[in-house]
Write a protein of this length. Structure first.
Length: 384
């Protein structure tokens, strides 16, 4: 039974009850209670939907309480903050444009685009998922159409903008190779010959991005979410961009910066900045330099807060040896230990277990490589 059974009549009444009484971990008890009054299959559908709405709050905020979801659709949906950022960029360049979303899923991007004043059409090959997207537009009182169809078969002529979010899962497993996307990468590159935005995985290789296309790596609250590929009217001349949400700070330039010895502070660039290859933008922002030309750590003699990176005050340099680190833990009475690492192959959780911090103090240990040598720094994390 699909979400369409919950849109009106007894199904809508049941869904409202299920959502009002839902408690994580007590789904079976709720199902047993509701089956005394409603059809068993309908109850299962409603309680599943209540559980999905509960999970969806992390991505969709208050809207989740009015929306409809499929398990796969929720897993693959764009977080609202990211969708709104993309939609705002489209609307700023082409206000009121017609946008077709190829592979619209449950309609998360359609919602953001419609709210930005764009005229939206969704195409989705799975009928149940398409029905869910249609229901979400209606539930949020937004204009738009959703059709069942294959992305490759759509006539794109009527649309000013094409948006696509190729499937990156096979048999329920995440796909990291862009050549395994569906629709295929050859189709994506064809789309990027027109005015388009294509959502890609953050790990997409730089050399896979066609000429004349901007790749924008987007992070939200410090977590890298995607790489958005912009072409046609959206291309502004930069091939790489890093955008940090919720601040909206964006960088495109990577000036040349030298490497040198550690200063009083170490800066850890945001993941989007690292993925975009724009680490030296952090160095420029803090008047600093690289610890190593191949490692994404910046160092400086002054603390200059920047949204592009987290900052740490360097307290002392330590030998990267287990015995020496254990001694440091005991001497400093450390109990809460944050371990950061780059360029060195070890598991921070395993190292923390071996060091067994049991004291009352808090510390950050940064382990990295300079040249061929592993080095460690005792640090204090600084607020932005």
């Amino acid at each position: 039974m699909t979400v369409t059974a919950l849109l009106d009549g007894p199904g809508a009444e049941l869904l409202a009850t299920a959502c009002a009484e839902y408690q994580p971990g007590r789904e079976l008890q709720l199902v047993e209670k509701l089956r005394r009054r409603y059809d068993a299959t309908l109850v299962t559908t409603a309680v599943t939907q209540a559980a999905l709405r509960h999970r969806a709050v992390a991505k969709f905020g208050p809207d989740a309480g009015r929306m409809y979801f499929t398990p796969d659709g929720l897993e693959q949906a764009t977080r609202t903050t990211v969708g709104e950022h993309r939609a705002a960029r489209i609307a700023a360049t082409l206000p009121g444009a017609t946008v077709v979303d190829l592979g619209c899923g449950i309609g998360g991007d359609l919602i953001s685009a419609a709210r930005a004043g764009l005229r939206v059409t969704g195409v989705e090959r799975d009928p149940e998922t398409a029905a869910t997207a249609r229901a979400n537009l209606a539930a949020l009182e937004l204009a738009g159409e959703v059709f069942v169809g294959e992305a490759e078969s759509v006539d794109l002529t009527p649309y000013a903008v094409v948006f696509a979010d190729p499937a990156r899962r096979t048999d329920g497993r995440r796909v990291f190779d862009h050549n395994a996307y569906s629709p295929p990468w050859s189709f994506v590159t064809e789309l990027l010959q027109r005015t388009a935005c294509v959502k890609a995985a953050p790990g997409i290789p730089h050399d896979a991005i066609p000429d004349g296309v901007e790749a924008e790596w987007i992070s939200d609250a410090g977590e890298v979410k995607e790489a958005a590929l912009w072409s046609g009217s959206f291309y502004e001349g930069a091939s790489r961009r890093a955008t940090l949400l919720p601040s909206g700070v964006s960088v495109t330039d990577a000036p040349e910066v030298e490497a040198g010895p550690v200063g009083q502070y170490i800066y850890e660039p945001d993941g989007a900045v690292v993925r975009a290859g724009l680490v030296t933008a952090v160095a420029a922002a803090v008047h600093g330099w690289l610890l190593d030309p191949r490692i994404a750590y910046v160092t400086a003699d002054k603390h200059i807060p920047t949204p592009l990176a987290s900052a740490y005050e360097v307290l002392e340099e330590l030998p990267y040896k287990e015995k020496a680190l254990r001694s440091w833990i005991r001497t400093r009475d450390i109990g809460t230990l944050e371990i950061k690492k780059r360029g060195v192959d070890f598991d921070p959780a395993q190292l923390r277990k071996k060091l067994a911090p049991k004291g009352s103090a808090t510390a950050t240990l940064i382990v990295t490589r300079i040249g061929r040598d592993a080095v460690a720094y005792s640090c204090r994390r600084l607020a932005l």
